[in-house]
Design a protein around this ligand. Sequence first.
Ligand code: UD1
Ligand code: UDP
Length: 382
Amino acid sequence: MKKKIMAVFGTRPEAIKMAPLLKKLENEKNYELTITVTAQHREMLDQVLNLFALKADYDLDIMQPKQTLNELTARIINKLADVLKKEKPDLLLVHGDTSTTFVSALAAFYQQISVAHVEAGLRTHVKYSPFPEEMNRQLTGVLADLHFAPTKKAAENLLSENIEKDKIYITGNTVIDALFSVVDKNYSFQNPVLKEIDFEKKDVLLLTAHRRENLGEPMENIFRAVRDLTAELPDLEVVFPVHLNPLIRELSKKMLGDNSQIHLIEPLDYLPFVNLMARSKIILTDSGGIQEEAPSLAKPVLVLRDTTERPEALEAGTVIKVGTEYQAIYQQSLKLLKDEAEYKRRAAAVNPYGDGKASERIIKALDYYFAFSQERAADFKG
Ligand code: UD1
Ligand code: UDP
């Protein structure tokens, strides 16, 4: 008898990281897959669904401009409850640490449906950093029946919270599966701004910023530092694909909009974005996913946060935790851009997050869980 698996996700990074797994699951004979999107993000989610040719069976369409966490939570739980009641899946598959992730796991619990958590066990152990993601993932961990930890460190975090060892699988991160499927050395950009940049002659600094705890003064510091870097370095080009959050759009336009070395562009599709990372010199970001992808592409990353739940690349040296103070961002960026030896040291390719086979391991783990197989999946050894 086939088992019914429902995947629920809602934002851009969840979609990117679920895509390789769902494309594989679609072809598995033991499972009947249903895809439900909350559409916590709208355009940024649809970009990914189109790229990977994923079709949602249910679209809860909950996004509102400037949505609050309360509104998000209420809309997701009420709408998802009806879908779960109708479909009665054997297992709900969630990813990561967004409000969609936690609230979907809670909705499943209320109907006594098992939950599997992809990208389980990431921790800063600081309640409000990142906010609300640290609590979203911890609470999801409490509710989950199966934990797919990307790395050994993530698995150790779960063990230290008394989660049973046999419910934890070390799989590698599915983002590396996704990344391997799209990097293309011969890629040429369609975006009119990117088409004009001479990546051979110019140093490109790629910037992304969206964290809730960075809204306000920290983001002003980031933007000021980047602006001042362009004044110091005439050959620097900054590319900033601006998140669709209206608060970020307003501030970035106000502070960076009139600088000819700074290009504020729309969020890029995953394919051009990855290829832009590959051609940039350094990356400044508060993103989680980008911290995992950049080391694979041998690109140094300055993380615009005080904490990170991804210590592996920090230890390897490709990622530097720089925080959100003006001086630190300005000085560290300048050092990387000007000091060739320091740059070389930071730009070594490392791959602590995966080997491109995470989806395969997750499916093997599901087979074992549902007794389609007697063999437990072997762990990813980073
Ligand atoms: C969400 C997640 C965060 C994740 C991030 C990835 C929560 C609470 N936050 O943060 O963990 O790192 O996604 O990007 O789960 N908007 C659009 N169109 C879109 C997407 C967003 O207009 O396609 C605008 C809307 O006005 C929306 C706002 O951005 O209200 C914020 O979106 P939201 O999902 O609440 O927060 P993010 O900061 O994107
Ligand atoms: N990304 C993208 N287009 C962009 C910016 C980012 O496709 O313009 C991808 C990026 O490669 C990574 C993911 O989106 O896989 C990260 O999403 P985001 O930074 O929004 O969320 P986080 O990872 O912080 O949760």
